[in-house]
Design a protein around this ligand. Structure first.
Ligand code: THU
Length: 128
């Protein structure tokens, strides 16, 4: 059975605005109370302004009042599914390194603790 969180990420992947890379990404982040917030990548003709799906989902969650999360699912159409980019790892780390990260492609899934994807993270403690 497909995890409901992965299903939410797959659904929103269809809304990706990715005319330049043709690499749609969907993300669904689950708050501790079970609420799910979603995001897709939003590209721009000025390529560097592109926003990843994970960061769109985090923005939606924070705007929706959630700051503590249990899991994030990220979906793509390729195998093997890749982990979040470095910038997104850092943005996710802001809200806790014990997050479970699930990457799902059409056939397979991979799972990590965010801590393993971003060891020795720069956090608020790093600010002294
Ligand atoms: N992308 C994401 O949405 N999340 C990632 O973690 C990696 C990359 C998007 C950005 C761009 O729109 C496309 O995938 C190709 O890099």
């Amino acid at each position: 059975m497909t995890d409901a969180l992965v299903a939410r990420a797959r659904d929103v992947m269809a809304r990706a605005h990715a005319p330049y890379s043709r690499f749609p990404v969907g993300a669904a982040i689950e708050a501790l109370d079970g609420t799910v917030f979603v995001g897709c990548n939003v590209e721009n003709a000025s390529y560097g302004l592109t926003i990843c799906a994970e960061r769109v989902a985090v923005g939606a969650a924070v705007a929706g009042g959630a700051r503590r999360f249990r899991r994030i699912a990220v979906t793509t159409q390729v195998e093997p599914p890749g982990p979040p980019c470095g910038a997104c790892r850092q943005v996710l780390a802001e809200f806790g390194l014990d997050l479970e990260v699930i990457a799902a492609g059409p056939q397979s899934e991979r799972r990590w603790a965010l801590q393993a994807l971003l060891p020795d993270a720069f956090t608020r403690e790093s600010l002294g």
